[in-house]
Design a protein around this ligand. Structure first.
Ligand code: ATP
Ligand code: MG
Length: 413
């Protein structure tokens, strides 16, 4: 026998018995996001590498270590590691900057990151997310957070914490960065290797480090003092205060977390994360924030924007599994031609129906019917002659006989 070829490490099949959960996530996304006026967009999975080095930022882990990149016809191409950059590219390229603001888009689909696979972390995973363009006011931030919260509620998830923070604008953040750099300097040699690199290239990302020895450093009183200082300028502070006001009015519970910085370069002002208490160490289900400079950075007109992305695998692991749908009917008959014809008749009437393609014994067919279907459509000689069919409810065993043309009207489907 030939050797079996296995699925790539860090990737997974979504099997037929799991697909209904994915369809549920997608259906709810369409329902809830539509309520807020978001329209679905589908962008390609492959993009020019430059989109991500410029859009996500070449000091980030994603761009430095995690991208699947290859050459084709002398062009460097990358499997998308996230979808904000792609949506922004499409927004610019398709002239959506000229549409009346806000432009609200949502997406779902596979993303690719070369990370160490573990529970809640894959190399091909899926995200569902929204992006809103053209509004600089904090109403947009609040509406995006509310959209996320209500989507999660619609999935039946309640035990979640919303964390928010403001990173300020590039101007006020610079002062903060200078102070942080200064106060961390004496501890430089005690930082982990990643943080040593981040110290020069992506200082804020340090605060997001999960290494215990680094966390200890951030707990030192003089470092805490810098972290907790109100560094943001008046305008940024007003934006943040208004956002909190809206969230309070809308009944969104949140906590403020000064250490929340997010892994991507493009955020300014609002950042937020939604965490679950039931997920172990990979506990973030949603990450998002405001990215006012990204559209211009990718060649478009200066346009403020805010959005979020959620990890669909993590959502799936939190929701209660749903029973896969049964067939409406399974035909039980030892007259294969008539069974075939009836199956097709019922399909035309809108039912999901199968019959035994191999014409096994009657009892075997009935056994199969009770496993896979809600109703058995029994077709014996008598029924065929009278152009009727006997229908057995496989839940309660009740059986009726009816005319073939009208029988489906009598069913509770
Ligand atoms: P994390 O801190 O978990 O690495 P991140 O900051 O890299 O997350 P984002 O890029 O903001 O995450 O992605 C948003 C969401 O996508 C995350 O909150 C998470 O639910 C999910 N996610 C990110 N990376 C993965 C992965 N490798 N496998 C599964 N889900 C992921
Ligand atoms: Mg990550």
């Amino acid at each position: 026998m030939a050797e079996i070829i296995k699925v790539l490490k860090g990737t997974k099949d979504i099997l037929p018995q799991e697909v209904n959960m994915w369809q549920f996530l997608e259906k709810k996304a369409d329902q809830i996001f539509s309520k807020y006026g978001f329209k679905e967009i589908r962008t390609p999975i492959i993009e020019y590498t430059e989109l991500f080095s410029r859009g996500v930022g070449d000091t980030t882990d994603i761009v430095n270590k995690e991208m699947y990149t290859f050459e084709k016809s002398d062009r460097s191409i990358t499997l998308r590691p996230e979808n904000t950059a792609g949506v922004v590219r499409s927004y610019i390229e398709n002239g959506m900057t000229r549409l009346p603001a806000p432009v609200k888009l949502w997406y779902h689909g596979p993303m690719f990151r070369y990370e160490r696979p573990q529970a809640g972390r894959q190399r091909q995973f899926h995200q569902v997310g929204v992006e809103m363009f053209g509004v600089k006011q904090p109403t947009a931030d609040a509406e995006v957070i509310l959209t996320a919260v209500n989507y999660l509620k619609a999935l039946g998830l309640n035990d979640l914490d919303v964390e928010i923070n403001s990173l300020g604008c590039p101007k006020c953040r610079q002062e903060f960065k200078n102070k942080l750099k200064e106060v961390l300097k004496p501890y430089f040699n005690d930082l982990c290797e990643d943080c040593k690199n981040r110290y020069e290239k992506n200082l804020l990302r340090l605060l997001d480090c999960k290494v215990e020895s680094c966390k200890k450093i951030f707990e030192k009183s003089e470092v805490q003092e810098v972290i907790n200082s109100d560094f943001i300028c008046d305008e940024c502070a007003e934006h943040y205060t208004e956002l909190k006001l809206y969230l309070n009015k809308m009944g969104v519970n949140y906590t403020e977390n000064k250490l929340l910085v997010r892994g991507l370069d493009y955020y300014n002002r609002t950042v937020f994360e939604i965490k679950s208490n039931n997920l172990g160490s990979q506990n973030a289900v949603c990450g998002g924030g405001r990215y006012d400079s990204l559209v211009a950075q990718l060649g478009g007109e200066d346009t403020p924007a805010v959005g979020f992305a959620m990890g669909m695998e993590r959502l799936i692991s939190l929701i209660t599994p749903k029973e896969p749908k049964k067939l409406d009917g399974y035909i039980v008959s030892n007259f294969p031609v008539d069974a075939f014809v009836l199956a097709e008749e019922l399909r035309h009437q809108g039912l999901n129906v199968e019959f035994d393609l191999t014409n096994r014994k009657f009892t075997k067919q009935l056994e199969k019917a009770s496993k896979v279907a809600k109703y058995a459509f029994i077709l014996g000689e008598d029924e065929i002659l009278k152009h009727q069919v006997s229908i057995k409810n496989l839940d309660n065993g009740k059986q009726i006989t009816a005319d073939r043309a009208t029988c489906t009207k009598m069913l509770d489907l």
